[in-house]
Design a protein around this ligand. Sequence first.
Ligand code: AMP
Length: 289
Amino acid sequence: MFLFKKVADLQRYLQKVSKEKKTIGFVPTMGALHNGHLSLVNRANAETDCTVVSIFVNPTQFNDKKDLEKYPRTLGADIELLSSVQTTVLFIPSIDEIYPPGLNTSLDLEFGALANVLEGAFRPGHFDGMAQVVHRLLDIVKPDRLFMGQKDFQQLTIVRSMLKQLNHKTELVVCPIIREKDGLAMSSRNRRLTPFYREKAVLLSQILSKVKSNIHNRTPESMSTMAMKTLTEAGFKPEYFEIVDGITLQPVKDFSDADFIVALTAAWAGEIRLIDNMILKEEKNAILA
Ligand code: AMP
């Protein structure tokens, strides 16, 4: 595995890769890697010739300073994990490499309602920061394919919109959510859960599954209300549990209202904010197919 810290060194290497007509797959991460991240790397290895993984805890997408400070950083273990799945290149830039003084990295794109609902309503500015760093990283790596996880469903929607608005040549590849044995969606933040909440955290995926198996008997609104109540009674502080059109992210009133329907939730488990989602309905030709 090659490790680069400087944009110029990485680009020199990648220019050689492109000259050899090899394809580049890119997996952007914030580190504290787990099997969810590795599934993206394995997919990139299978579909492209050269897999580039970046580890960069992007300050511009954190609306909460404490969350940024406490974000787990485990570089030694990350390097070991990436070596075990034969990553070609690891890019670990400093903040100055990504946002060099004097370089305008701001992004003048409009995501409209996509960025204001769900996560956007609770984490103001988060998606602007996320889009800014993904755009900057794409500019540096120039991958043929970008591999991202369904775990961050709204993020995907916004990256898809960004690529479309820019008429970008990079293809977005969506990878399924990898879960722990009990169903908890893997996340870098899970390691900060207390034993009490770690045990309870399975409830998020259990409720999502329950909603999925009841879509023909209950209305989306009644399911959302039930989910918020169940989470609250179990000791979580849920921020939202919404059932939405997977393309517009607007709530659906009835399960026949859209071909692609997703349930998404965010809940505080003590000090840790967890997110999860599940596709409830996906007709053929739907966007994630
Ligand atoms: P992060 O390091 O949290 O920014 O995540 C980097 C990438 O890994 C994003 O595209 C995430 O959606 C993806 N990812 C995170 N957790 C999972 C998971 N449990 N399963 C699949 N992909 C994931």
